[in-house]
Design a binder for this molecule. Structure first.
Ligand code: NAP
Length: 278
C-alpha cells in the first residue's frame, strides 16, 4: 500500500506468523496501517470499526491478499456488551487472541471553558474506557489459554495506542490529553498486574501522523510548516511508521519489553522549543 504521503509500506518479515490479532479502529489512519502491517507480518487479523463498514472491508481484502485470514467486526469499543461479543466471536472464529492493539480513538476539541460534558465524556469513554474494556476481555482469554510456545513466548500482548499527549499538555484538548494521560497509567498498571501471568502490556505513543484525525494540522503548506517546528526530525509521520513499531513491539523480538511506551514521534517529546531558547 501507499501512505497518504506517498511513502511505500516496506514489507515486514513474518514475525507474527500464526498469531491472531485484533486491531480496534482499523478502517482508517493508524489502525488501518497497523492491521495491514500485522497481516503482512503473518497474523490473522480482526478489523474493528464502528461506522465505516466499506473502508473496513477494503482493509480486510488487502490483509487477505497476504495469505492470512481477516474479517471486519462492527463494535463500539466504549460499549461493554459489544466488546465482549467482539472478543467472543474472535475466539470462536480464530480459536483465540494473541495480540490486541487498542487503537480506536477520537477528538472532540473545545476550549476548557466551552467544553461540554458530552465532549468530555465521549473522549474518555472511547479513548480510555474503550481501551480498558478491550484489554480486560483480551486478558481473560490470554489467562485462560496461557503460553503456547510454538506461537509466542508470551501468553498475550496488548499494545495501547497512546499519544505524545500522555506527557505533553495540550491546550484546547483537555479531554484528549486527560484520556491519553490515563492510558499511560492504565497501561503501566495493567503491565504490572498481568506480567506475572506472562502477558506483556505496552504502549506506542505517536507524534504527528498524517491521518484524518488531524487533517487541519498538515493539509495546507502553512499548517504543515507550523507543525514541523514541533518535530526535530522535520517530517510528519506516516501511519506505516506506527504500524511497524506496533508489529515489532507485539512480536517476540521485543519479548522482554514490559510496561514501556515506545515514542514514535520524530523527536516531538524532546521539547524542541528549547533547542535554541531556555
Ligand atoms: P482516525 O483516522 O480518525 O481513526 C480513528 C479510528 O477510530 C477509526 O477507525 C474509527 O472508526 C475508530 N473509532 C472511533 N470511535 C470508535 C468507537 N467508539 N469504537 C470503535 N472504533 C472507533 O485517527 P488516527 O489518527 O488513525 O487515530 C488512531 C489512534 O491514534 C487514536 O487513538 C489516536 O488518539 C492516536 N493518535 C493519533 C495521532 C495522529 O497524529 N494521527 C497522534 C497520536 C495518537 P470509524 O471510522 O468506523 O468511526
Amino acid at each position: 500500500m501507499t501512505s497518504p504521503a506517498g511513502q511505500p509500506h516496506p514489507g515486514l518479515p513474518p514475525i507474527l506468523r500464526g498469531q491472531k490479532a485484533l486491531v480496534t479502529g482499523a478502517n482508517s489512519g493508524i489502525g488501518k496501517a497497523t492491521a495491514i502491517g500485522l497481516g503482512r507480518a503473518g497474523a490473522d487479523v480482526v478489523v474493528n470499526y464502528v461506522f465505516g463498514r466499506e473502508a473496513a472491508e477494503e482493509v480486510v481484502e488487502e490483509i487477505k491478499s497476504y495469505g492470512v485470514r481477516a474479517y471486519a467486526h462492527e463494535a463500539d469499543v466504549s460499549d461493554e456488551g459489544q466488546v465482549t461479543a467482539m472478543v467472543g466471536r474472535m475466539v470462536e472464529e480464530f480459536g483465540t487472541i494473541d495480540v490486541l492493539v487498542a487503537n480506536a480513538g477520537l477528538q472532540r476539541d473545545a476550549a476548557a471553558t466551552e467544553m461540554t460534558l458530552d465532549q468530555w465524556n465521549k473522549v474518555l469513554d472511547v479513548n480510555l474506557t474503550g481501551q480498558f474494556l478491550c484489554a480486560r476481555e483480551a486478558a481473560k482469554e490470554f489467562v485462560r489459554r496461557g503460553v503456547v510456545p510454538e506461537v509466542s513466548r508470551s501468553a498475550g500482548k496488548i499494545v495501547c495506542m497512546s499519544s505524545v499527549h500522555q506527557v505533553i499538555p495540550w491546550a484546547g484538548h483537555v479531554n484528549y490529553a486527560a484520556s491519553k494521560g490515563g492510558v499511560l497509567m492504565m497501561m503501566q498498571t495493567l503491565a504490572q498486574e498481568l506480567a506475572p501471568k506472562g502477558i506483556r502490556v505496552n504502549a506506542v505513543a505517536p507524534g504527528a501522523i498524517r491521518t484524518p484525525i488531524n487533517r487541519s494540522a498538515w493539509e495546507t503548506p502553512e499548517a504543515e510548516a507550523e507543525l514541523l517546528k514541533l518535530i526535530p526530525y522535520r517530517r510528519v509521520g506516516d501511519p506505516e511508521d506506527i504500524a511497524r513499531a506496533v508489529a515489532v513491539l507485539a512480536s517476540d523480538l521485543m519479548d522482554y519489553v514490559v510496561g514501556t511506551t515506545v515514542y514514535v514521534d520524530g523527536g516531538m517529546t524532546l521539547f524542541p522549543g528549547f533547542a535554541t531558547g531556555g
